[in-house]
Every structure is written in C-alpha cells, then in structure tokens.
Design a protein around this ligand. Structure first.
Ligand code: XMP
Length: 236
C-alpha cells in the first residue's frame, strides 16, 4: 500500500516530517518558491501536503508539474478535506491519483467513504481521515470523537489527522486504531505544539507548514524540527 512508501521514506531519511506547502500569492512566485523549497528540503522532509492555498495560487497544471518533478523524492498528500457523497468522492480521488497524489485527506463525518477506501487501494492510493482538528472551536469533533474513531477503524482508513495541539486525542486514537492505521499530526510550532511532542503521544508523522516555508532559513528550520523529532523518539 502507498503509505508503506511513506514509512520507508521516513526510515531512509530518519524523518517523520511532512511539509504543508500552503503557499498563497502570485502564480510565478508560488511556483518558483515551491520548486525551491522542494529542491532544498529533500534530506529532511518525506512528504508534501498540498491543498487549496497552493492549488488556487498556481493552478492544477502547476501542481501537476511539481508532483511530476518530485514524485520520486516525496510522498504527495492531497488535502482538500473532501466531504461529499460516495460517487463524487470516488471520482475526485481518481482525478487526484491520476495527478500523482499518493494519498488523499477526506473528512470522516459525512460517513461516505466505506467504498472509497477499497476503491483507493485499487488505485494504490491511501485515504487519511480527519479525526480531530487543532483549533479551539473544533467542539463537534470532540463531542463525536468516539463515533468518528469507530468509523475510521471500521472502514479501514490508512491514516487519520489529529491536531498536535490536542495530544490526549493522539494517545486515544493510538489506543483505539489498528497499529497499521497511521496518525498524522499538524499544528506543530505555529499552532503551539513543540516538534516531536505528537510523536511521543503516538503520532507517526508531524505536518509543519509556516514554521518552515515562512522561516528565514527553511532548511535550518526543517533540520531543527527533525532533530527534535529524533530526540523525542530516542527518549521513549
Ligand atoms: P501550519 O502552518 O500551522 O500548517 O504548520 C498546518 C497545516 O495543517 C493543516 N491543519 C490541520 N488539518 N486538522 C487538519 O485536518 C487539523 O487539526 C489541522 N491543523 C492544521 C492546515 O490545513 C495546514 O495545511
């Protein structure tokens, strides 16, 4: 399965770091900045999450070009937090996989991915469900966590997203999901969690955006994050 590639890339590079490439702005600037970042971060970053910001800035063709150029070096995750009826979900995932994405993030709450998971596996792509969001207002997720967790486990999603700012939910997800269902934790540094913290609570990967792409020295920032992650894992 495709997430096995992410795991092996992680082992190869000794890293659990996924870059949220949320560049927003003029097309030419964002395209060249994206290419620059991916060309310098290959030793530390194993996956790249692309969503609305970059896609709206550089267009589908721009995203396609980036994936084509870097498909052997990074695992590409499409983050459009899909939340639609089953046949639209399937059609959308097919297009994203044809573009070269290795995994797609969907919402769990519409409970519309029962068929999507095996369908995606047939395309050699993974499905990652949003289980908990990092912002304070995400109370509906908190109130319905048990239902979402049972659904995620039941349909066999390959991974879930749990905000790193709420590590108790990472721990709970780790206890309740199957071991091969991986946990992705965004919300590191700029939303308050320290690098490596989510891994200590059981997350498999950390997703970092602004703390890298807005840093004066993105490579140094990525290196420091990976070093903190290695320490966190070493301390366990
Ligand atoms: P920053 O710049 O804060 O970027 O490092 C974070 C990235 O991760 C996404 N994000 C989330 N996605 N649940 C999600 O599904 C969350 O709790 C969450 N918190 C952050 C955000 O879209 C951005 O790309």
């Amino acid at each position: 399965l495709s997430l096995a590639n992410l795991m092996s890339k992680g082992e190869e590079k000794g890293s659990r770091l996924i870059l949220a490439l949320d560049l927003l702005g003029p097309k030419d600037y964002c395209s060249s900045r994206a290419v620059y970042l991916l060309s310098i971060l290959r030793d530390y970053v194993i996956g790249v999450k692309i969503g609305h910001p970059l896609t709206l800035s550089i267009g589908i063709k721009g995203v396609l070009d980036i994936i084509k150029q870097y498909s052997s070096e990074y695992f590409f995750i499409a983050d459009f937090k899909l939340a639609d009826v089953p046949h639209i979900m399937k059609a959308t995932v097919k297009v994203l996989v044809d573009m070269g994405f290795n995994a797609v993030i969907t919402h769990l709450f519409p409970m519309s991915i029962d068929e999507l998971v095996p369908f995606s596996h047939g395309l050699n792509a993974s499905i990652i469900g949003v289980l908990m969001m990092s912002h304070k207002g995400a109370v509906l997720f908190e109130k319905n966590l048990n239902v979402l967790l049972d659904y995620a486990r039941g349909v066999g999603v390959d991974g879930v997203v749990v905000g790193a700012t709420k590590p108790m939910y990472i721990k709970l997800a780790r206890e309740r999901l199957n071991r091969d269902q991986l946990i992705f934790a965004p919300g590191v540094i700029r939303q308050g969690a320290t690098a490596g913290e989510a891994l200590k609570f059981g997350a498999d990967f950390e997703i970092v955006g602004r703390a890298i792409y807005e840093a004066p020295d993105p490579l140094l920032s990525a290196r420091r994050i990976v070093e903190s992650e290695r320490e966190a894992l070493h301390d366990q």
